[in-house]
Design a protein around this ligand. Structure first.
Ligand code: KIV
Length: 270
């Protein structure tokens, strides 16, 4: 039975304190959002991954604020209980004024939190948005909007300097007012260290089980799509008899820390 009370920023903080892992999936339309919400997903991310899975593009770079606002509006009509997070797309937070305009658009479309990628370059923007009453989720590690600078999608923060930088930037984002942080594709020991050091919930994708919650792109979690499947993806529809059952299986696996297994994450360099 899903606890029907609304997921708020305070409730997410309480889940972190209580050691209750947070289950998050992406959604892009009202129908899927409604199924996820009823199945007990805590946070629905309208990710700019819609560039890949909805628009069929090679990266998230072409996604615009208008695209995001349209899908946030759609998801808003399906989600009730879950916290709705809207991704700020590529270069839509390149200055404080641009970021405020983007956040305004996404929050007025129905988001309850915005997510942006990056570390020290976005600390002042996080501080400004959060000072204006906008809950912000940070995103460190593999930041897909920087794919061209990173020269591809690969595990981040393996080298000692990159590891130290990520720890420092995670702390800076929390101090700037982030309400939550996503860590993507980093070694699991590093992710666990960051989660243990921060007071805000840390949600992993390809970051191991010892964080405060897990997020997957829903298309990956439901086995939709062809091509090489990243190591951290598990198909929850395989062996489930419906999408509802698959999402309930994902929520249960996250809550019980049965997902991800070690072979679905990355070891720290020795
Ligand atoms: O856009 C997205 O779906 C994301 C997740 C991979 C965390 O940012």
């Amino acid at each position: 039975m899903v606890d029907q009370s609304k997921i708020t920023v305070a409730r997410l903080a309480e889940m972190k304190r209580a050691g209750t892992p947070i289950a998050m999936l992406t959604a892009y339309d009202a129908g899927m959002a409604g199924v996820f919400d009823a199945a007990g997903i805590d946070c629905i991310l309208v990710g700019d991954s819609l560039g890949n899975v909805i628009q069929g593009r090679d990266s998230t770079v072409p996604v615009t604020v208008d695209h995001m606002a349209y899908h946030v509006e759609c998801v808003r009509r399906g989600a009730r209980r879950a916290m709705l997070i809207g991704d700020m797309p590529f270069l839509s937070y390149s200055s404080e004024s641009v970021a405020i305009e983007t956040a305004r658009t996404l929050m007025q479309a129905g988001a309850e939190m915005v997510k942006l990628e990056g570390g020290s370059a976005v600390v002042d923007i996080v501080s400004r948005l959060s000072g204006l009453g906008v809950p912000v989720c940070g995103h460190l590690g593999l930041t897909p909007q920087s794919v061209h600078q990173l020269s591809g999608y690969r595990v981040q923060a393996r080298a000692p300097e990159a590891r130290a930088r990520l720890i420092e930037e995670a702390g800076a984002l929390e101090r700037a007012g982030c309400a939550m942080l996503v860590l993507e594709c980093i070694p699991r020991g590093l992710a666990a260290e960051v989660a243990a050091n921060l007071g805000i919930p840390v949600i992993g994708i390809g970051a191991g089980a010892r964080v405060d919650g897990q997020v997957l792109v829903s298309y990956d979690a439901l086995g939709i799509g062809s091509g090489r499947r990243p190591r951290f993806v598990r198909d929850f529809l395989a062996g489930s008899e419906s999408v509802d059952a698959a999402v309930r299986a994902f929520v249960a696996a996250v809550r019980e820390r049965r997902f991800p297994a070690d072979d679905e994450s990355y070891a720290d360099p020795s």
